[in-house]
Design a protein around this ligand. Sequence first.
Ligand SMILES: NC(=O)c1ccc[n+]([C@@H]2O[C@H](COP(=O)([O-])OP(=O)(O)OC[C@H]3O[C@@H](n4cnc5c(N)ncnc54)[C@H](O)[C@@H]3O)[C@@H](O)[C@H]2O)c1
Length: 344
Amino acid sequence: MDANPITPQKILVTGGAGFIGSHTVVALAEAGYEPVIVDDFSNSEPSILDGLKAILNREVRSYHIDCNDRAAMTDVFSQEQVAGIIHFAASKAVGESVEKPLKYYRNNLDTLMLLLELMPQFGVQNLVFSSSCTVYGQPEHLPVTEETPRLPAMSPYGNTKAICEDIIRDCVAANMPVRAISLRYFNPIGAHPSALIGELPRGVPANLVPYLLQVASGQRASLTVHGNDYNTPDGTAIRDYIHVMDLADAHVSAVRLLVEKKETAFYDVFNIGTGRGASVLELINTFEEVNGIKLPYHLGDRRPGDIEQIYADVTKSTRGLGFTTKRTLADALQDAWRWQQKIS
Ligand SMILES: NC(=O)c1ccc[n+]([C@@H]2O[C@H](COP(=O)([O-])OP(=O)(O)OC[C@H]3O[C@@H](n4cnc5c(N)ncnc54)[C@H](O)[C@@H]3O)[C@@H](O)[C@H]2O)c1
């Protein structure tokens, strides 16, 4: 037996039962951290915890609470003594945010502010925040770097991401003892290759891949390709799709960077994408090819609010986080389909 076992550092993962959170829990555990989940299951299922247990061969500590509940969160902080926090918990449906803006401002801003209030009280310094490439809107120049100016948000959801980034920046500028990183995710897709965890969309999926998967499994009749007259090589919109396990690994890199930092106050922002754009038609073709499935789809009008194209410049995250993606679009679409077959 090891005479000096090293106690793994605990990382609080808010929203850890969700799509990106659950995959990050796996990546953290495999990197030697001890993830502790806080989730109210408002947009996830407790069955994901069983999937995590099956992948990791052990139970992951989890709390079924709302991150806005000050008393319950205070209890978690006093019981767990975490080395850092990854804050995923948020409401994320763009369309719903237009109809119910206050739900989004309340949930997304308050959860972050409560964490920032509790962190110094409990000596927790490190915070990774889930931001989004939505803060760039439709940029003038591609690929987008972290220096690309943010544009006015096109939805209350997008606005919460920009405001949350600003809240963290201002707290660090005020010399609060907080070291933080905002990760601006591009388009996460895929699932864990075991098909034991994956995305569980509620209602009609607004994103391309979850919708496509439901068409492939026969739950929906046909996929609409929204717009084929964009100024792109095949006329369809371009996004930077990243495998969710690669995105999960980026969080481990960010946590590592923060826990090793000597500064008491630190803030930085990183793009997390592949650096490569894929069009809707390219994605459909790749899905058909790797999974041997013919997808019924038709061309439709552009969708209001959709941008034409975006993909990341990943120079800064490669240098600053030592992060590079390892999985391809084909890998992501195979893993996503394996998961979809399991849940259909
Ligand atoms: N999925 C994407 O395309 C994408 C892109 C950019 C940024 N993000 C951000 O990444 C984060 C995670 O996204 P996701 O796709 O995994 O979403 P998700 O909905 O699958 O996960 C969020 C989790 O947080 C939980 N949650 C929400 N409010 C809570 C609260 N008040 N208390 C406790 N738990 C709460 C939900 O139950 C869910 O399990 C979010 O902040 C989202 O805005 C997602």
